[in-house]
Design a protein around this ligand. Sequence first.
Ligand code: SAM
Length: 318
Amino acid sequence: ADADTADEAVRATCDDATTCKRFATSKGYWKDSSLQYFVRSVGERKAPEINRGYYARVQGVNLLLDAFLKKTQGHCQVINLGAGLDTTFWRLQEENLLPRKLFEVDFPTVVARKIHHIKTKPPLSKPIIDVHSTDSLLLESHVLDSDRFCIIGADLRDVPGLDEKLRRFQLDPELPTLLLSECVLVYMSPAQSSSLVHWAAQTFHTAMFINYEQVNMSDRFGQVMIENLQRRRCALAGVELCQSLDSQKERFLRAGWDQANALDMMAVYSVLPQDDVARIERLEFLDEKELLQQLLQHYCICWATKDRLNLGLSQLAF
Ligand code: SAM
C-alpha cells in the first residue's frame, strides 16, 4: 500500500507539469495550441521564475529533439518515457516534423486519462486520424495505436515488459531512435534508471537519449527542493544521480552509451536564441534575478548518443 501511495504521488506530478506549462503559454512564453484540451483553465498565477524555468526546459528539449529529427530527416522514431500529458505529437504534426512513429509510455492510469481526452476532443484526435492511412487505428481505454502515434501503459521499472509492449506496436530497433525523459528518471532508484538506460543502449545501435531533471541537489537549495517533494510524499528515489553534471553523464557512459553531454539550465538558458529570450524577459518583470539563477542551476539537460550509422549524432548540441 505504501508503494501504491508513492506511485500515486509520482503520477500526480504530470499535472504539475501541465498546469505550469498552461500558465506559461497563457502569458505568451511559447505557443502550444493543444495544451488547452488537457487543462481547460489557466489556473492560479505562477511566479515569473517558474515560467522562465519552464520556458528554458521546453525550448531546450525541443531544440535537441528538432535537431535530431532534422539530422535523421524524420527517418526515425521517438520514444517519450513518462510522457504524462506531453503535447509534442501535436506540435510536430503541425510543423510537419513527425518522425516515422512517436511512442509515449506512462503508467496505465495516466495513459487512460490522456486517451480519454483524445477520444472526446476532435482537435486532439483529428491530427492523429489525418496522418493515419491504414484501417487499423486502435483506440482503446488503455492503448492508442496508429501509424504515426502510439501510447502505451507500462511501468518503466519493468524493462522486459516495456520492451515486449513496444515491440508489439512495431518498434523498429534498426531505425535511429530518440529517447526522451523529462523529470522521470529521478523517481526511480539508480539501479532502475540505469537498467532502463542500459536497455536503450543495448536495443538501438543509432540513438540519442535526452534526459531533463534535477542536478546539484546536495546544497541547501537542493535540500529544500527535496523536502518540498517529500512533503507531498513524492520521494526522489534517484536523487543520488542528481548530485552533479558528471554523475548525470556517468549514468549513460556506464550503461553503454558512446558519448554524453550535460549542461545545467542556466547554461542552456544562456545559449537559447537570445532574441526570443529577450522577448520573454519583457513579458513579466522579474525582481529577483538570483532566484531564477538558483532555480536554473538545479536542473539540467543531459544527452547521450551512439551512432553506428555515422549520422553525426555526436555533433548535436546547442
Ligand atoms: N514528461 C512529462 C512532462 O515533462 O510534461 C511528465 C513529467 S511528470 C513530472 C513525470 C511522469 O513520469 C508522470 O506522468 C509519471 O506518471 C511518469 N512516471 C514516473 N515513473 C514512472 C514509471 N515507473 N513508469 C511509468 N511512468 C512513470
